[in-house]
Ligand binder design. Structure first.
Ligand SMILES: [Zn+2]
Ligand SMILES: [Zn+2]
Length: 393
């Protein structure tokens, strides 16, 4: 058989090589793995050794016994991965420079430029061991978990691929802001003081949502992409406001999320894990109910003018952008106050549309009396389909 004869020839070469230097099965096998078309250098090295009738040395001149210790490193990998949900993984390794040098010079001494290096042999061997013990699959492209093994001191670190969540929230409280400040101790990186969350607490929409979502997925930190913003005093009602969260270092990839959960002044609705985060800031439409106070009494005729006002509105403060008003309704509450409800796109200059500067037409000019927006409440914020690529800008 050609293959047996071929291996016999390789075994003779290996025996000659073994006479000149002390190589373990792995380091010997690597030298021949391409020509033998073998997948596992360690197994090939063992076969060559038995065929050549020589012994494995007590200490390998290239790896210095590194391969013999991989079992212990794998034990540590398995121990740290306990409690983490994953079906694919990737192993990375850091080797002593002296070992890499010894491997390089062995390969150039024997003209083995095409042979795989010791680092890929180490990571490949650890991957096979870890896969056997966890029944997970090694995958380079987008692994659920990446294990980094430092072979200089045996330290193993694990990082898991982030989970992305899409959801909406409604905000019932007028006492909490939307955003949470960064942790004062670490500036957002995560430390003991903030429980590694990177934020200063949970007294905000962001803080409440982060605590809930990180808890559900066993994640460390949450980073949010919001569809617009609101002030502390604003409520968000109806279908609520959509948002996306990127949860870093999750220990679970799936979570049984309730359809809605009351988080104390904030309710999260329809949370679900999604494959992809939104590429750019999503476009959206919203309904804003503006409580407006005028400095003088407003007559019915003036309110009628406001009622029949139709978009678009030009924003001179922002590159003369034209902003449509999709629909509006008006309800008087007193001689000087009324509620104006608008359906507009995200980015509409709400406050300036009431008060006047740089926006035309606006409420104050239309009524010919100075008006201010006392409160803005939001509802039914909906993501709009993305604009088609390649169209006119
Ligand atoms: Zn070796
Ligand atoms: Zn911190």
């Amino acid at each position: 058989m050609g293959r047996a004869r071929g291996q016999g020839g390789l075994a003779a070469e290996a025996r000659a090589m073994r006479r000149r230097e002390a190589l373990c099965d792995h380091c010997m096998g690597r030298a021949f793995v391409v020509r033998a078309r073998a997948a596992d250098a360690g197994l090939l090295g063992g076969r060559l050794r038995r065929g050549g009738g020589y012994a494995e040395p007590a200490r390998c001149a290239v790896c210095r016994g590194l391969f013999a210790r991989l079992g212990e490193h794998c034990d540590e990998m398995v121990r740290l991965a306990e409690g983490i949900e994953f079906s694919t993984f990737l192993v990375g390794a850091t080797l002593r420079p002296s070992v890499l040098d010894a491997d390089d010079s062995m390969r150039s001494r024997h003209g083995l430029r095409g042979a795989p290096g010791i680092k890929s042999d180490v990571t490949g061997t650890l991957s096979r061991m870890f896969a056997r013990r966890t029944r997970a699959r090694a995958e380079a492209a987008s692994p659920d978990m990446t294990l980094k093994v430092d072979l200089r001191d045996g330290a193993v670190s694990i990082e898991t691929r982030p989970v992305h969540v899409a959801a909406r929230y409604t905000k019932e409280s007028r006492e909490i802001p939307q955003r949470q400040g960064r942790c004062g101790e670490c500036g957002g990186r995560g430390c003991v003081a903030c429980g590694r969350r990177g934020i200063s607490g949970t007294c905000s929409v962001e803080g409440r949502l982060a605590e809930f979502l990180c808890g559900a997925f066993g994640a460390r930190q949450a980073r949010f992409t919001w569809c617009g913003s609101e002030e502390r005093s604003s409520t968000v009602g109806g279908r609520g406001r959509p948002f996306f969260a990127r949860l870093s270092c999750p220990s679970r990839r799936r979570a049984a999320l309730p359809r809605r959960a009351d988080l104390g002044g904030v309710t999260i609705v329809g949370a679900r894990a999604v494959r992809e985060p939104p590429g750019a800031a999503p476009r959206f439409a919203l309904t804003a109910s503006l409580s407006i106070r005028a400095e003088e009494d407003v007559g019915d005729e003036a309110l009628g003018r406001l009622r029949s006002l139709r978009g678009p509105v030009t924003d001179y403060g922002s590159r003369m952008q034209r902003r449509p008003i999709h629909s509006s309704s008006l309800e008087r509450s007193s001689a000087r106050s009324f509620t104006l409800t608008l359906r507009v796109d995200g980015g509409f200059p709400i406050r300036r549309f009431v008060e006047g500067p740089d926006v035309s037409p606006n409420v104050s000019d239309t009524l010919e009396v100075r008006c201010s927006c006392e409160r803005a409440d939001f509802a039914d914020i909906d993501v709009l389909p993305a604009r088609r690529r390649g169209g006119a800008a």
